[in-house]
Design a protein around this ligand. Structure first.
Ligand SMILES: NC(=O)c1ccc[n+]([C@@H]2O[C@H](COP(=O)([O-])OP(=O)(O)OC[C@H]3O[C@@H](n4cnc5c(N)ncnc54)[C@H](O)[C@@H]3O)[C@@H](O)[C@H]2O)c1
Length: 397
């Protein structure tokens, strides 16, 4: 039986990934430092869904399926020795690396949050790769990156999967070469993902490590086939101004009678993927390892949606008011976006796109737990620049 490490396995994508791979018969070692649960305490805002302690989650899964999951509490950015020993002991065939501080607004809260995000994310990636090399174990590393790597300016073309063909002039002769797509981060968080990409390039070139970097869009939805099986397995749902992500936030806001919070004009376009598809893509990457020739990069996204249209669509279905707030980010007022996602489609991904049934499912879950919502945590309080004015009460168009 193949052994898979899921590092960051207690998180929003990690937990359903753990269950999905366990259901598929893999031997799962789940590693997590509980950093995300500590951030809940720091921010004084918990997941809207009442997630259970890890022990209870694992026990329930074993009771339902007979499948065991091993949990190790390791901070992979800080405890290199423990990480190395775990790889030497379990010899994982694949390591899924989700263990990063993943919220752009959180990464912009203060100098401390900027430094924490860089230290945590860059060291986690470097430590995992160093440990793979030192252990001598031939593990395939699968990392969750972001479509934000490419930036959100209008490039007017379909963004390729990580590599860009360019024409150069060599002694008067035009030649076509391929380069890594130029990174264009829009926050400290996104900057760490761009730094990861260079780390992957080096370890693949120098040590021939098999690496897949999944440039993922914004994940929406909450439950997957496996997390739905019991209340104890429920996935986390972030709705706050730091960790909540746009589509899930709109759906939740419509259920707690809060105006839908559009930051800026709503002219922004972003890439999206449903949580069920996200875990399926990770499984496709696990079961189809890449060659060692270069880092394999897939755009893990199923559609691009405009924020204003999204708010209007949800407003129309639910009757929720839409409110336009000053944008705390430094970004273009509007942009268009189009991604190639051939890699995962060729491996068999069946895209789930925005549909009323799945939106209703999120609304049902959020309505069920709406009494757990803390209203003053909904608005984003981070600012990309100190002197940026934010009207927290909202600014109606
Ligand atoms: N959620 C999204 O919309 C989205 C979109 C694109 C990419 N991603 C990427 O996917 C990955 C997972 O995202 P998520 O939404 O599940 O985030 P999450 O915060 O819910 O989960 C991350 C998990 O990693 C753990 N962790 C963080 N640092 C750690 C460390 N040093 N050692 C051990 N564990 C650590 C946290 O405790 C948490 O459980 C992240 O790398 C994120 O950047 C997420």
């Amino acid at each position: 039986m193949k052994t898979i490490f899921v590092i960051g396995g207690d998180g929003f994508i990690g937990w359903p990934t753990v269950l999905n791979l366990s259901a598929a018969g893999f031997n799962i070692v789940m590693i997590d430092s509980l950093a995300r649960r500590f951030a809940d305490i720091e921010l004084e805002c918990e997941s809207l869904t009442p997630i259970c302690y890890i022990g209870k989650r694992i026990d329930k899964w074993q009771q339902l399926t007979g499948q065991k999951i091993k949990y190790l509490n390791i901070n992979v950015a800080e405890n290199y020795d423990k990480l190395l020993k775990s790889i030497q002991q379990y010899k994982p065939d694949a390591i899924i690396h989700l263990a990063e501080q993943r919220a752009a607004p959180y990464s912009m809260k203060s100098s401390w949050h900027k430094r924490y995000t860089v230290n945590n994310n860059v060291n986690a990636t470097n430590n995992i790769l160093c440990a793979i090399v030192e252990s001598g174990v031939d593990s395939h590393l699968i990392h969750l990156g972001t479509t934000g790597y490419y930036g959100y300016s209008d490039v007017g073309m379909k963004i390729p999967e990580g590599y860009l063909p360019v024409k150069v002039n060599v002694d008067g002769v035009e030649k076509e070469i391929e380069i890594m797509y130029p990174p264009n981060p829009g926050s400290i968080y996104h900057m760490t993902k761009c730094q990861d990409a260079i780390t992957f390039l080096y370890f693949n070139k120098n040590d021939k490590i098999k690496i897949t970097d999944l440039h993922q869009g914004i994940v929406w939805g909450t439950q997957t086939k496996e997390t739905k099986l019991a209340e104890e397995l429920i996935n986390r749902f972030d709705y706050d101004g730091d960790y909540g992500t746009v589509l899930n936030r709109f759906l939740m806001q419509s259920q707690v009678n809060h105006p839908l919070t559009v930051y800026g004009s709503g002219g922004q376009t972003r890439a999206f993927i449903h949580i069920q598809n996200s875990v399926e893509c990770i499984r496709l990457a696990v079961t189809n390892p890449p060659s060692r020739d270069r880092v394999r990069i897939f755009n893990q996204t199923t559609e691009c949606l405009n924020i204003d249209s999204l708010a209007k669509k949800i407003g129309k279905i639910t009757g929720a008011e839409i409110r336009y707030y000053r944008n705390p980010r430094n970004e273009d007022l509007k942009n268009k976006l189009n991604f190639s996602n051939e890699g995962l489609l060729n491996l068999g991904l069946k895209p789930i796109t925005l549909n009323n049934g799945l939106m209703e499912e999120v609304m049902t879950v959020t309505k069920k737990y709406k009494d757990r919502c803390i209203f003053d945590k909904i608005i984003c309080t981070s600012k990309w620049n100190k002197d940026k004015e934010i009207d927290y009460k909202g600014l109606c168009k």
